[in-house]
Write a protein that binds this ligand. Structure first.
Ligand SMILES: Cc1ncc(COP(=O)(O)O)c(C=O)c1O
Length: 362
């Protein structure tokens, strides 16, 4: 490298997203591809969101509302907080990066479960801070080990509930016990990207009660709301933390179409509920079929789950591509014989099962 790049930047491995449908079409020349690799909503965006975008297209010569006032106000109303408690971002990825850039830096550490969502590590390293990885206990986030790992260098802790990629979760009791051990000057980020899918009533929901001032909730319109392509996420937090993030965010970090789409989707409760039902049915169907095939699956509170194919997962992933099915190999996440799949539409789930039977010769 002829340019002088800090070692902490060069230590970052680029994020590898789920394989895009277009790429597989180009590479294999096949159509009707089924993508179960990125935990997306297979149903589509809400029709209300599509309508709202259509109505806004003629105003695209204007800059977006930099304060995202309408969307922020709707979120504030929904969650019974003030606009000042909310930051919207270009996906929750954006807010993860803002938090790391604002509160970390050389000499500061962020604790995070391993494996978990890879953008935590990337953002922490980008800020010059040090990620400290705390291995899962089985498939669960090890809250005790995270609390034990706190030092005076710790500025931030990432928790994912339900966790990606394992689908595991922690309860309100477990979280409260954990928080009792955490100093109040450490920011605890609770990433609830998949919370809308949770079926255990005891799961910790950080917006169900008043937040302590060091807890930051992250949520997204990419999953249950079906707007992943628009890139809208939001964080709910203490006003003081939010005011710091406002200093460093891009002035127009959520584009206008994304703002109107998200505001419309938030109001379409029926669509949300129906999509969640379809994904629950998909998970139940897949788990049932896989169990009949003798394949172990792991419990989940999300719209995805892990399955143990008892073979090299990356090889199975590659074979599944030939059948037009995109899954995610968990080899690089420390589960060498597991795939992660999200629930698709019924015909997509059936296609996955048929292809897996062929690939595994079952
Ligand atoms: C746990 C978790 N957090 C955050 C995100 C990022 O979501 P967004 O699309 O809002 O950036 C994802 C996306 O896969 C995720 O799995």
């Amino acid at each position: 490298m002829k340019f002088n790049v800090p070692d902490y930047i060069m230590s970052i491995k680029p994020y590898e997203p789920g394989k895009p449908i277009d790429e597989l079409e180009r590479e294999y020349g096949i159509k009707n591809i089924v993508k179960l690799a990125s935990n997306e909503n297979p149903v589509g965006p809400s029709p209300l969101a599509i309508k709202a975008i259509g109505e806004h297209l003629a105003s695209m010569n204007r800059y977006p509302d930099g304060s995202a006032f309408k969307l922020t106000s709707k979120l504030a109303e929904r969650f019974n907080v003030k606009n000042e408690n909310i930051i919207v971002g270009n996906g929750s990825d954006d807010i993860i990066a803002l938090l790391a850039h604002a509160f970390l830096g050389s000499g500061k550490e962020a604790l995070m479960p391993l494996p978990s969502f890879l953008m935590y590590e990337i953002s922490v390293k980008t800020s010059g801070g040090t990620p400290v990885m705390i291995p899962l206990n089985g498939l669960e986030i090890d809250l005790d080990a995270l609390a034990d790992a706190v030092t005076e260098k710790t500025a931030m802790i990432f928790l994912t509930n339900p966790n990606n990629p394992t689908g595991s979760h922690f309860t309100t009791n477990q979280f409260n016990k954990f928080m009792a051990k955490i100093p109040k000057n450490i920011i605890v980020i609770v990433d609830e990207a998949y919370i809308e899918f949770a079926r255990d009533p005891n799961i910790f929901n950080s917006l169900a009660s008043n937040l302590e001032s060091n807890i930051v909730t992250l949520r997204t319109f990419s999953k249950a709301y079906g707007l992943a392509g628009f890139r809208v996420g939001y964080g709910i937090m203490d006003q003081e933390i939010a005011s710091v993030l406002h200093r460093i965010r891009q002035p127009f970090n959520v584009n206008s179409l994304a703002q109107v789409a998200a505001a419309a989707a938030l109001a379409d409760y029926e669509f949300l509920k129906n999509g969640i039902n379809i994904m629950h049915q998909g998970i139940d169907y897949l788990v049932n079929e896989l169990s009949e095939m003798g394949i172990k699956t792991f419990p989940t509170q999300a719209n995805f789950f892990l399955l143990d194919v008892k073979k090299d997962a990356t090889e199975v992933f590659k074979e599944m591509l030939k059948h037009g099915i995109i899954t995610r190999s968990m080899k690089s996440y420390g589960f060498p014989s597991c795939l992660r799949i999200s629930a698709g539409l019924p015909e997509e789930n059936r296609a996955f099962i048929e292809a897996l039977k062929k690939v595994l010769s079952l």
